[in-house]
Structure formats: C-alpha cells, structure tokens
Write a protein that binds this ligand. Structure first.
Ligand code: MG
Length: 442
C-alpha cells in the first residue's frame, strides 16, 4: 500500500449501537487510516445473516483494497459483492443476505498523461465517495450539511423523478425497499465520485438508523458544536437512540485536518468560475431591486388612498359601538383570510424556468391572487442542458416543501447532467441495476 497521508490529513471518530428495539447489531464499520479507507455497512437478511453480510463486506474491502485508485476501490467492492453472493448461495441460513456499503477513500489523482514527469507523491489527493444502498455520506462544509449520496431505494427514486413528494415518501408502503445492495445479485454497480478535501470539511458516513431518527438540522448542530470527531459520533448515536433507536445505528465522522494546500488551489480555480457568474448575479440583483421598488410604490399609494378616504369619512360618520364591533370582527375575518392566502401563496418553493435558466422560486407556480412567486436563486443551468425527463415538470414549475428540498432537486438535475456528459469525472457508470430487495425487516 502506498502511503496516502502526509499531505491531506484526516481524523476520524466512530460510534455504533444496536438501538432500543433490535437484538443484534447488523451494522459493521471499519477505519483504516493507513489504507486511507473508512467504511459503514448495514446488513440485512433473516436470522443473523445481515450481520454476516456487513462483516464480509468490511473484511473483503480491508483484505483486497491495496492500491489507492478508483479502479482498485471499485474492484474491492465487486469482490465483496461476489463473496457475499456466493456465501448466500451456498448456505441456506444465509440465503438472501445483503448489505449496503458507503465508504470514503483518500487517493492521489490519476497521473496526467501529458505530464508524466510529475512524481506520484506530488499529485494532489482527493477523496472518493462510494455507495451502494441506502446508507449515506454527508458533507458538512461552511456550517451547512449536504447529502452526498443518492439513496438506492424505491422511494428515493420516485422522489428524484418527481413522481411523489416528501410527505408521500414518508408514508410510502415501499419505503423500506432498496434497489441496489451488495450480495443479492452476481453483479452490482456502485456510485463513485471524487471530492476535493478542504481543511475544515467534516464527512459523515452513517447507516439509516441515524437519519431516520435525527433531522438534518440536529445533525448539523452537533457537527457545529463538537469539534472532536469521536465526541460528535457519540452524540449523534445518542440522539438516534433518544429519537427512538428503532434500528441499528452507526456513524463515522471524518475531519479534514489538513488539506495540503488544496483549498487554495480550489479557490483559485473557483475565482475563474465566479468571474463568469458575476454578470448573471448583477442582472438578478438589479431585477430584484426593481421588484422591491415596484412593491413599495404600490403599497405607499394604496395606503395614501386609504388615509385620504378615512380622513374624508371621519368628518361625517357617527360611529356607534355596534358598528365598531362589527367592523373589528369583519376586519378579523378578512385579516385571517388574508394571512391564510398569504401563507398558502408563499409557504412552498418551486423550480422552474426564468427565461432559459433553471431557477428556484418561492411561492406557487403562476402565483396565487396578489402573490407573485419570488425569485429565490438562479442555478446557472440552461434549458438546453436539462435532461428531457425534467423538462415537462420544470415548465409547469416543480413544487417542493422547502428551500433545502428545492436545492436538492436542482442538485439531482446537476448530477444527471454530469452523468449524461461524457467528460464527467464520474468514472464508473451508475445505472443498470434493477434488483429489488427488502431491507432489514422491522
Ligand atoms: Mg439499518
């Protein structure tokens, strides 16, 4: 194994618990700082087969991943899949066992064929995230938490396609069905993609026992509050137990202690991108200013008119207490209706087109009565780049219950664009598997 540390330095903490309901912990994990590999696996299958499957995945990765490359990592996962599949086929008590696997590996970038003179130890390093199933990797950067992996589950796929919404997903009868898993079929296709480590980044690998019990905001708050990765992992597991502990829960917190100067390189590269964005941002800001001015103008003149009418009436109307009471009640009813419509008109977000750019709006597509949708954020994605299957939804405006969900929807579009683009950095194809398997029975 070529040592991969020395420049990028990572520090990990881990915690796991059987939970409050189950009798066996079928999750497994491993921290291999010398190999530059950190893994969480969530096993499934009758009796204790889930436990066997997740442990086999971990053992196989440890014993077969010897060289820090993307190919070696994909091969090790394929080998784990094959071994679990064979074991399940050969022993009746292990039949149908499988496991999720989510891992992060630290690898040097591939040598540049145009610059073979650059020695291997001077190549910059990045992290690879690899995922099969519905365990997750998150990135906590600049104080906010984002999910890096896509769940390979029926419900997540329906959500991504926009066929159900978040509320329907939570109550969906197939929410435990996962669509990709190690060990159930002879082959499996993992998702793999690279990320540049930036000092201060915190990565979170976890089984579904965490995020089914603990909200994103709670997770982010822990990562903000506790600097020590072991303490953060312990606290996250404690919150999962407090939230119900209905499943096994395993958490690895992986901190980028030193990025070997990669943050500066990345920000230099970003500066180039930002120059291109600035004119679009200016345009958007000017447009918002206009809207604010128009809004203020309207409000002022309406209130002026009201004040004038009131002043004119004041001289000639004798107000009795009955009239006053009636007026107060009427105003209450009108105010309530107004507030309800206002809430309805602004409580959601949607993703649609502003001109040719995919844009996040606050409000309802087309607006409600006097409430026009507000431009929330541009995305830089142009109509021409959008995969066909999103177009109809975007034309109508795809509604989502929060800004975070709208952003997630946009990042799904971005990811699909990246997958369709032949020059993408994702070097392992990520479609094909159609296997459908029940996850751990409740
Ligand atoms: Mg689980």
């Amino acid at each position: 194994m070529t040592p991969t540390s020395g420049r990028v330095q990572l520090r990990a903490g881990v915690a796991t618990d059987t939970g409050r309901v189950r009798s066996v912990n079928e999750d497994s994990y491993i921290l291999l700082p010398d190999q530059g590999l950190w893994v969480v696996a969530d096993g499934m299958g009758g009796a204790q087969a889930g436990d066997v499957a997740s442990q086999m995945a971990i053992d196989t990765l440890r014993s077969t991943y010897h060289e820090p490359t993307i190919d070696a990592l994909a091969d090790a996962v394929a080998e784990a899949n094959a071994r679990i599949h064979e074991a399940a086929r050969d022993a009746s008590h292990l039949k149908g066992m499988g496991t999720t696997t989510v891992a992060i590996a630290l690898v040097p970038e591939e040598p540049d064929p145009e610059h073979p003179e650059i020695p291997a130890d001077e190549l910059s390093q990045h992290l690879l995230v690899i995922n099969v199933g519905d365990s997750r990797a998150y990135l906590f950067r600049d104080g906010s938490l984002s999910q890096l992996t896509e769940d390979h589950s029926v419900v997540a796929e329906l959500l991504r396609e926009g066929r159900i919404n978040e509320r329907e997903a939570e109550a969906h009868p197939q929410r435990n069905i996962i669509t990709r898993v190690l060990g159930v079929y002879p082959q499996v296709t993992p998702d793999i993609w690279p990320i540049d480590p930036i000092r201060g980044d915190r990565y979170l690998l976890c089984s579904d026992g965490l995020f089914n019990e603990v909200g994103d905001d709670q997770m982010a708050a822990v990562l903000r509050r506790l600097d020590d990765p072991s303490e953060a992992a312990d606290e996250l597991v404690r919150l999962a137990l407090e939230g119900g502990g209905r499943d096994n829960v395993t958490v690895i917190v992986l901190d980028v202690v030193d990025d070997g100067g990669q943050a500066q390189r990345a920000s230099r590269a970003l500066a180039g991108d930002l120059a291109g964005f600035s004119s679009a941002i200016d345009r958007r800001n000017r447009r918002s200013d206009d809207e604010v001015d128009r809004g203020r103008g309207g409000k002022t003149s309406r209130s002026q008119r009201r004040a004038e009418r009131k002043a004119a009436r004041a001289g000639r109307t004798r107000v009795t207490w009955r009239v006053l009471l009636f007026t107060v009640l009427l105003l209450g009813v009108i105010g309530g209706a107004f507030a309800t419509i206002q809430w309805y008109g602004t409580s959601t977000y949607f993703v649609g087109f502003e001109g040719d750019e995919v844009t996040i709006f606050q409000g309802r597509p087309g607006g409600i009565l006097w409430i026009e949708p507000e431009l929330e954020d541009g995305t830089g994605i142009l109509r021409d780049e959008v995969p066909d299957r999103y177009l109809a939804d975007l034309e109508d405006g795809h509604e989502l219950s929060s800004l975070a969900r709208a952003k997630q929807y946009v990042s799904n579009i971005e990811r699909d664009i990246a997958e369709l683009t032949p020059t993408t950095t994702t070097t392992v194809p990520t479609s094909t598997t159609t296997a459908t398997t029940s996850s751990t029975a409740p």
